[in-house]
Design a protein around this ligand. Structure first.
Ligand SMILES: [Zn+2]
Ligand SMILES: [Zn+2]
Length: 137
């Protein structure tokens, strides 16, 4: 099975092959700033199962620390991927255009979770839809 993804402006496009066990969510303070949200959500993709379709050279990398860098589209700033090494691409799950068929299986750095990262009592859900993959309901 092939799934595709892209950055916000479409300059970066990729495909991944096969099925995946799940998504890792990191709640560390660096991942919160990287995403501007709750944290980073990552699918670990072996290099042999990841292919760039466009834009591999249209990226810029910021080294947060020696073992953690974030790569973004030069035009729209979408983090894609979060990190890569000789073995794996740490793909930002929110860039997928197809449904993943998996769920969050691991929360890491949960000791650093933001104090606002939970539903308030009486939280309201608005069910507008956008393009892209959606959870089944
Ligand atoms: Zn872009
Ligand atoms: Zn993190």
């Amino acid at each position: 099975m092939i799934r595709r993804g892209s950055c916000l402006c479409g300059a970066l496009r990729y495909e991944i092959e096969g099925d995946f066990d799940g998504v890792w969510m990191c709640h560390c303070s660096n991942c919160r700033k990287t995403s501007g949200g709750l944290g980073n959500t990552i699918v670990i993709v072996p290099r042999a199962r990841f292919r760039w379709l466009a834009g591999e050279d249209h990226r810029t990398t910021y080294a947060v620390r020696p073992t953690y860098s974030i790569t973004r589209c030069q035009t729209c700033g979408t983090p894609l991927p979060a990190e890569e090494d000789d073995t794996n691409v740490y793909l930002t799950a929110g860039t997928l255009d197809d449904a993943l068929g998996a769920a969050i299986t691991n929360h890491i750095f949960y000791g650093s979770v933001a104090d606002w990262a939970h539903d308030a009592e009486g939280v309201r859900y608005f069910i507008e839809r956008s393009s892209g993959p959606e959870a089944p309901r």
